[in-house]
Design a protein. Structure first.
Ligand SMILES: Cc1cc2nc3c(=O)[nH]c(=O)nc-3n(C[C@H](O)[C@H](O)[C@H](O)COP(=O)(O)O)c2cc1C
Length: 201
């Protein structure tokens, strides 16, 4: 059902309750269309991230992004785990997601990873609206990436993201990844994480 180009947008989540269509359609692709993300769309992704809420409006998120064909893209790619290298080169844009770990008074900002996550949530919805898929990757050598990109010491690279337009040809993937790409998407039931009034209630 999911062979070939541009079919996966049809594979929407089987939700328990009705939700916003863009959220149902979102998934983490391993193949993308060949074309680069337009400059306007790239800016719109970061604009969406910009308007996320954050603790004390500190906006601790930072991003480094690079288009396929640039030295920066190769530098990010070279920091990915071998598994992620096996598919992430299909993405026309690679991004490093970074947060500022400490407040100006030297205290740790415990909310910073949370706030980076909120900004990425905003970005994901905007991306979906534009027909763009994001695939987050924890599998990267962040120490190497922090060195390569001269990231200041009060910042931490949390993850990398492969970004591209949906609709790539899943036949380009090796069999195991193709299987993952086309598998039904699964989640825990609501009852196992949303507790009414008490833990596990
Ligand atoms: C913080 C984070 C790190 C992730 N790291 C990887 C990764 O290194 N490699 C990978 O292939 N997928 C990675 N993923 C993708 C998840 O496996 C994926 O989101 C999850 O299986 C749910 O699938 P879906 O996004 O298609 O609904 C990561 C996702 C997140 C949010």
């Amino acid at each position: 059902m999911n062979d070939g180009e541009n079919t996966r947008l049809e594979n929407i989540a089987d939700t328990e309750y009705e939700i916003f269509a863009l959220l149902k359609q979102r998934y983490s692709p391993r193949v993308f269309r060949e074309n680069l993300i337009t400059k306007t769309h790239t800016h719109q992704l970061f604009e969406a991230a910009r308007w996320a809420p954050s603790s004390n409006n500190l906006q601790p998120w930072r991003f480094i992004y690079a288009e396929r064909g640039t030295d920066a893209y190769k530098k990010i790619y070279d920091c990915l785990s071998d598994f992620n290298k096996s598919w992430a080169g299909n993405a026309p844009l690679l991004v490093l997601a970074i947060y500022k770990t400490h407040l100006d008074n030297g205290d740790e900002n415990f909310h910073a990873p949370h706030d980076l996550g909120l900004s990425l949530g905003n970005m994901a919805v905007q991306a979906q609206y534009l027909g763009i898929g994001l695939h987050h990757m924890a599998g990267l050598d962040w120490k190497k990436a922090e060195k390569e990109f001269n990231v200041p010491k009060e910042y931490h690279i949390s993850s990398a993201i492969a970004v591209g337009y949906y609709g790539g040809d899943s036949n380009k993937l090796p069999d195991d990844l193709k299987e993952q790409e086309t598998a039904d998407r699964k989640r825990m039931p609501l009852s196992s994480f949303a507790f009414n009034g008490d833990w596990d209630a």
